[in-house]
Design a binder for this molecule. Structure first.
Ligand code: NAI
Ligand code: MG
Length: 334
């Protein structure tokens, strides 16, 4: 039996997490969910953003499936997502972006994986007002954090028969910080002679991705660029409702979609649950349950290809609930 921490989160979080829970349970896997919550809703009810039982549960179970958590813009509390990633050194934010059959997009062959550095960069939270006319933010890049995320990307490429790793940077302008990140990649790549290192400046990368995304197989980059490129890449394959992710550390992992709490559609049974369902499949793979993970992935792909029960973002008119049930119906139990 697996003990897994489940964090529903804010906005559409509880709806899509509930879908993922149902789908995972339908595989027949034996899971004991430890349901705890953090975020805006919890703060409203209890006056605390991350109750202590959240930390206790994460530290005990070490595997988490999490919904999105709202972060106020321009003021208020700092991101709980960033806090958890830093606190538990979940250094690799891994986001597979794959075009599925049946989704209407201009590109047929997008299949890449983003490795985003998850613990430093411009997300270090070191910001201050200066005099009365300005503000500063500090970007932190360390050799330790750079090497481990780049190594993870190359290792993934090697193990999954991918031939290229694109290192995305802005070292022409940020010579010391991004320069260090780039140099780390050159160092790591020497140990992987069969894998091509593509060095791409981030603004050019945005253009390349929207013109010809099939040129890329694995992308590794710093925190902010990785965040931005993740949403851009989601747009290439049908939107945020489809792209899963994992925040992976040495002995702990938090799985969550790329998307946020989508307040514009929350509580309406409209959200596409696939991104969180596929995050659940990534979690099962992490636990070694490859067969059950593939069962879910196949059922998701079949449901999208059939196109009968898909949510509005994919051009359909199904609810979150109906799409979830259709996915479970499409299990081909072996
Ligand atoms: P968002 O990802 O929540 O939404 C962007 C757009 O995509 C919206 O139009 C939304 O309706 C749509 N969308 C997102 N997920 C969808 C789904 N599953 N099905 C159908 N449509 C979907 O990004 P936004 O609006 O910038 O952020 C909202 C809140 O979420 C903010 O407070 C932000 O800080 C937070 N956030 C949290 C994340 C996390 O917990 N990991 C990640 C990203 C944002
Ligand atoms: Mg983001």
């Amino acid at each position: 039996m697996y003990n897994i921490t489940l964090i529903p989160g804010d906005g559409i979080g509880p709806e899509v997490i509930n879908s993922a829970k149902k789908v995972i349970e339908a595989t027949g896997i034996n899971v004991k969910w430890d349901i705890v919550n953090a975020g805006e809703d919890v703060y409203r009810q209890r006056g605390v953003l991350v109750p202590h039982e959240v930390y206790t549960s994460i530290e005990k179970n070490r595997v988490v499936l999490k919904g999105p958590i709202t972060t106020p813009i321009g003021c208020g509390f700092r991101s709980i997502n960033v806090l958890l990633r830093k606190k538990y050194e979940l250094f690799a934010n891994v986001r597979p972006v794959k075009k599925m059959m049946g989704v209407d997009t201009p590109f047929e062959d997008v299949d890449l994986v983003i490795f985003r550095e998850n613990t430093e960069g411009l997300y270090s939270g070191i910001e201050r007002n200066k005099d009365n006319d300005g503000a500063e933010a500090i970007k932190i890049i360390t050799k330790k954090a750079s090497l481990r995320i780049i190594e993870a990307a190359f290792k993934y490429a090697k193990e999954n028969n991918r031939k290229k790793v694109a290192l995305v940077h802005k070292a022409n302008i940020m010579k010391l910080t991004d320069g260090l990140f780039l140099n780390c990649a050159r160092e790591v790549s020497k140990n992987y002679p069969d894998i091509e290192l593509q060095e791409v400046i981030v603004d050019n990368m945005c253009m390349q991705l929207v013109m010809n995304p099939s040129k890329y197989e694995v992308i590794v980059t710093t925190n902010l660029y990785g965040d931005i490129l993740s949403d851009l890449c989601a747009g290439l394959v049908g939107g945020l409702g489809l792209v899963p992710g994992g925040n992976i550390g040495k002995e702990m992992a938090v799985f969550e979609a790329v998307h946020g709490s989508a307040p514009d559609i929350a509580g309406k049974d409209l959200a596409n649950p696939i991104a969180v369902i596929l995050s659940g499949a990534m979690m099962l793979k992490y636990l070694g349950e490859i067969g059950k993970a593939n069962l879910i992935i196949d059922a998701v792909e079949k449901t999208i290809k059939e196109g009968k029960y898909v949510t509005k973002d994919l051009g359909g008119s199904s609810s979150t609930t109906d799409m979830t049930d259709a996915i479970i119906e499409n299990f081909t139990l072996k």
